[in-house]
Ligand binder design. Structure first.
Ligand code: C5P
Length: 253
């Protein structure tokens, strides 16, 4: 039987949009979150907002039922990172980031802390996402550090190390999706910023893909900031990106 005819049975697509709440204060973050919540899958809280607003803001977001991605990119000795991951797990975030360059022992400690703390609390473990080479770094910047100077090779090396250390997800640039999908276990979740719809200017993102292209190349989640947050009508922008993805997925089935 041709499954494509079973329109009624097509499973609902999970909303893969993570909106980056890149605003300096709680009032603006709450206003933005309220506007776009019906059209997105999660909210990303980064260093600026977290350092300014603290864990209470994350609790406030979680109380609305929204999924939260805490993007603090931990990088420290294994024991310290494990404790920070345990604290983030107690905050009940669904995703968080660590630097893979902290090494395999640090990554294993982070993943174990997420799993063990979640088990104690009786809830699913947050997805611990590894950051490989910051996209602000090029081969000259890598050369300054010594070691590998080819960005793609270094990304692949750190991504393999992350997978071998038990991480279940990575943050990667749109242009790394194809390489990483070929290299990593299929279950690895790839979270991709650098998304642009074409309706806006590219801002400071030099390597971008549209939401549908990024999903087609293997992204699991899309981090979208300014195309939504700087739009004249953020709710309308989020709604239209989500509707576009659902339409593309329906056509692709
Ligand atoms: O506004 P824009 O869509 O560029 O926002 C993207 C978000 O993803 C920002 O919060 C940015 O810090 C983050 N990010 C990124 N590139 C990376 C990692 C994270 O743009 N390589």
């Amino acid at each position: 039987m041709d499954g494509r005819r079973n329109f009624g049975q097509r499973p609902a697509m999970r909303n893969p949009i993570i909106v980056a709440l890149d605003v300096p204060d709680v009032a603006r973050a709450v206003a933005l979150a309220e506007k776009v919540a019906p059209h997105v899958g999660a909210f990303k809280v980064g260093k600026e907002l977290f350092v300014g607003a603290g864990p209470d803001f994350v609790r406030q977001l979680r109380a609305t039922g929204a999924a939260v991605f805490l993007d603090l990119k931990f990088h420290d000795i294994p024991n310290t990172v494990a404790k920070a991951v345990a604290a983030a797990t107690r905050l009940d975030v669904q995703m968080l980031t660590i630097h893979t360059s902290g090494g395999s022992e640090m990554m294993r400690a982070a993943e174990a802390a997420a799993q063990e703390t979640a088990r104690t609390l009786g809830r699913p473990a947050p997805l611990v996402l590894g950051v490989t080479v910051l996209t602000s770094m090029d081969s000259a910047a890598l050369a300054e550090l010594g070691g590998e100077t080819d960005v793609t090779r270094q990304v692949a090396r750190l991504a393999s190390l992350a997978a071998g250390s038990g991480l279940r997800g990575l943050v990667c640039s749109p242009l790394e999706l194809t390489t990483l999908r070929a290299l990593l276990p299929a279950a690895m979740q790839l979270v991709t910023p650098g998304i642009r719809t074409g309706a806006e200017k590219a801002d400071d993102q030099k390597r971008t893909l549209s939401p549908a292209e990024a999903l087609r190349l293997g992204a699991s989640w899309l981090v979208i900031g300014r195309p939504i947050t700087a739009a004249a009508d953020p709710a309308e922008s989020a709604q239209s990106i989500w509707a576009g993805l659902q339409a593309t997925s329906a056509t692709a089935l």
